[in-house]
Each structure stands twice: as structure tokens, then as C-alpha cells.
Write a protein that binds this ligand. Sequence first.
Ligand code: SAM
Length: 207
Amino acid sequence: MAHGHPIFAAYYRLFGGLADRGGFADHRRRLLAEARGVVVEIGAGTGLNFPWYPAGVEVVATEPDPHMLRGARKAARKAKAKLSLRQAPAESLPFPGGSADTVVSTLVLCSVPDQAAVLAEVGRVLRPGGRLLLLEHVRSGDPALAGEQDRRERTQVRFAGGCHPNRDTLAAVAAAGFETGAVEPVSLPGMRLTRPGIAGVARKPVG
Ligand SMILES: C[S@@+](CC[C@H](N)C(=O)[O-])C[C@H]1O[C@@H](n2cnc3c(N)ncnc32)[C@H](O)[C@@H]1O
């Protein structure tokens, strides 16, 4: 990841906004209205979430890929919220434990090499009672589509910046100790393979 995915990042800078115009932006808007206080975004990509943060929050958007960060820098200028950028992978966030009220992950847990390591790091950075806002495409509950996701995983990983279409991300979030009662299944716009999704607020337990 040190050098990132230049071709996928160029594609995402050019075409990432198309899915947003096709309805994905509504999911972002609804989710990010839930952001509170000090917000850490992981895998911010080209900054497609930035316009949707409410004015009162303070966002530090992190992203490891320098090619994605180019787009994010541009998007940051248009944010209503106070927003800064840091180059960092989600497995090793440059923040003290318990320093964030909110962590945001949209279309990232499909792409990180190790979900458990990332979720442990998110749990470290969040304060007790802090919230993880999730919008992710996931493994289908339909065995036929899940089978197709399995068969096409290698191609997707290769051509879509390391994206695994077949991960049971909600189970991973629950296994990491988060309360997931307010995370719901959603149908996302775009291609069939990445349509099954989850959206909502997971919480780090207080005790
Ligand atoms: C499909 S893009 C999504 C970008 C953005 N979150 C969005 O909603 O448009 C996946 C992002 O995950 C990032 N990513 C991949 N591995 C990562 C890691 N280990 N830590 C943090 N981000 C990572 C990629 O660089 C890329 O920006």
C-alpha cells in the first residue's frame, strides 16, 4: 500500500462520483448526518463523504494511498465542516486511544487487508460509547449471489483496489465487540455484485 493503486485511484477520481449521482450520495447524506464531535474517517479515498459532514463537527480524514489523497485534497476545500487530512492506514491511526467520538467507514472494510486489525484499531481510537458509522457492501445472503461473489473475488481484488466483494463485514464488526443493533441491510446502487450492503451506526460499548 506504500505506493497505492494509481490506476484504481485515477478511475475513482474520474468516476467515483457517478455512483453518488446514481443514488449512493443519499446513503452518504443519511449516514453522515449522524456524525458528532471529533470524527475520524478511515480510507477517505477521494473525499466523496466530505460535502455531507455537518458544519459543527471536526473531521480528520485519513487515507493511506497518495493517489487517492490527491482527490481528497481537492474535495476538502469544499467541506462545510472543519476538516483536515492525514496519510495513514486504518490499521495504525495516528491518534491517542479514546480520542474520537465518531469513526466513519464507507466502502473501506471491503478493501483493507485485515478487517480484524482495522476494527481493533477503530475500537482503540473511539471513546467508550463512541460510534462507528458504517456504509459497506457485503457478502450476499442469497447463496447464488454469494457464490458469484466468491468466484469473482480474485478479479475484483485485482482491478478494484483490493476490494473483496464477499466479506461478512457485519459479523466482523460484531466480533470486534461493537453493538450492531442499529446497522441495517440496504440495497446499494451499482453493480449486482456489490449491491448487498449494510448501513448504520455501530457503538463501542461503554463498559
Ligand atoms: C472503494 S474506496 C472508498 C473510498 C471512500 N471511503 C468512499 O466512500 O468513496 C476504498 C478505499 O479504502 C482505502 N484503503 C485500502 N486499504 C486501506 C487500509 N489498510 N487502511 C485505510 N484505507 C484503506 C483505499 O485506499 C481506498 O481509498
